[in-house]
Design a protein. Structure first.
Length: 372
């Protein structure tokens, strides 16, 4: 009941209209003492009186009790940053407890529930033992399922579906992924060309360019992700592995993703380096790890999504469209540590332990992981 702010709302509305406690009590057929207790929070009115009270002040029942079923986009972003920092620095169960309280209060605010689920999914690796990780992923999956089945926002429902499937995959349940996703949409359709043409005909070439920039950026990120995953399936074919890596890096270099989106570059480079080690190609592994280390320690943190001289209309879209704007889903501290530990703690690179170049990389990455 502590979240009900009826007393404050009553006082504000009564004063705004110049009404005394006696006048309000007389209208409702209750005592002045009853109204006084409502306003101090000592007691609450009978539920049957709430519609009458709300009508008297010409407000909704939700407004009367101070209930806020939704958070604004800015409030969600601010809360996400706060919780992300807490997940990185405070006891996991303590932060999860706070997340649960927030989710219960705003259980119909689906964009918020999606972000809380995303926090669980992103920080589950820090939960410790297997049962704790499993619990966080299951809790995240339940939030994504609620968003997917209850929201009227088609795009948000699709995002929740994909995240729910990711949780199932992380839980070792591939059948659950197939049950959720069924067959992929391989229709090769895209709305960007039609939208751009329409804006062009309406005499708005800048908006046409913006639409196409967003489409190129999104599809570039998707193809790099796909190629990165495909690399993992080509380990038994050295020729295909090398060619896939070459093509992926060609896309990356063509669009300047080193500076534009380093968060997607680091996993790609790590995948190439690990695969090269498993195929016995130490030279390629060291070369790729060198690029990884240079990028990770080149001052890219704090990471954020942004445009560049080519994608000069992207920043406005990131800020206005994405739920978190240009922010990353995990805290900067966690991402720096993860970038360092991904190499330092990787068993695939143990054979390079006596290599001076590799030792230098490790020292630089250790400093990165310790920075605050």
């Amino acid at each position: 009941m502590k979240e009900i702010n009826l007393g404050v709302v009553l006082v504000e509305n009564r004063h705004r209209r110049g009404i005394t406690q006696d006048e309000l009590a007389s209208y409702l057929g209750v005592s002045k003492a009853a109204v006084s207790k409502w306003e101090t929070g000592a007691t609450y009115p009978d539920i049957a009186l709430l519609p009458q009270l709300a009508a008297y002040f010409n407000i909704s029942v939700d407004e009367l009790i101070g209930y806020e079923p939704q958070m604004t986009k800015e409030q969600i972003r601010s809360l996400h940053r706060e919780l992300s920092q807490e997940f990185s620095t405070q006891p996991m169960e303590q932060v999860r407890g706070r997340c649960r309280e927030i989710a219960r209060k705003y259980y119909s605010c689906f964009p918020l529930l999606y972000q809380i689920g995303s926090l669980y999914a992103n920080y589950s690796v820090l939960a410790g033992d297997g049962d704790a990780v499993k619990g966080m992923l299951e809790e995240a999956g339940a939030l994504f399922e609620r968003v997917r089945t209850e929201t009227d926002d088609v795009d948000l429902a699709k995002q929740a579906l994909n995240m729910e499937a990711l949780c199932q995959l992380s839980l070792g349940n591939p059948k659950g992924v197939l049950d959720l996703l069924d067959e992929p949409d391989c229709s090769m359709t895209s709305t960007e060309p039609l939208l751009a043409s329409a804006y062009q005909l309406l005499g708005n070439p800048k908006e046409a360019r913006r639409i196409l920039q967003v489409g190129v950026f999104q599809h570039t990120v998707v193809i790099v992700n796909l190629l990165s995953i495909y690399l993992g399936l080509c380990l038994d074919d050295a020729s295909t592995f090398r060619e896939t890596g070459r093509r992926a890096l060609a896309v990356v270099d063509a669009f300047g993703l080193d500076s534009l989106h380093p968060a997607i570059m680091l996993p790609l480079l790590l995948t190439i380096a690990r695969g090269s080690m498993r195929q016995g190609d130490r030279g390629q592994a060291l070369e790729t790890l060198g690029r990884y280390t240079e990028l990770a320690t080149s001052g890219i943190f704090p990471l954020s999504l942004h445009g560049d001289a080519y994608f000069d209309l992207l920043d406005g879209w990131l800020e206005s469209t994405l739920a978190l704007g240009d922010a990353m889903p995990r805290s900067q501290l966690t991402m720096r540590k993860s970038a360092a530990e991904a190499v330092i703690a990787c068993g695939d690179f143990e054979p390079l332990g006596d290599d001076a170049r590799f030792q230098g990389m490790i020292e630089r990455l250790k400093v990165l992981g310790e920075e605050r």
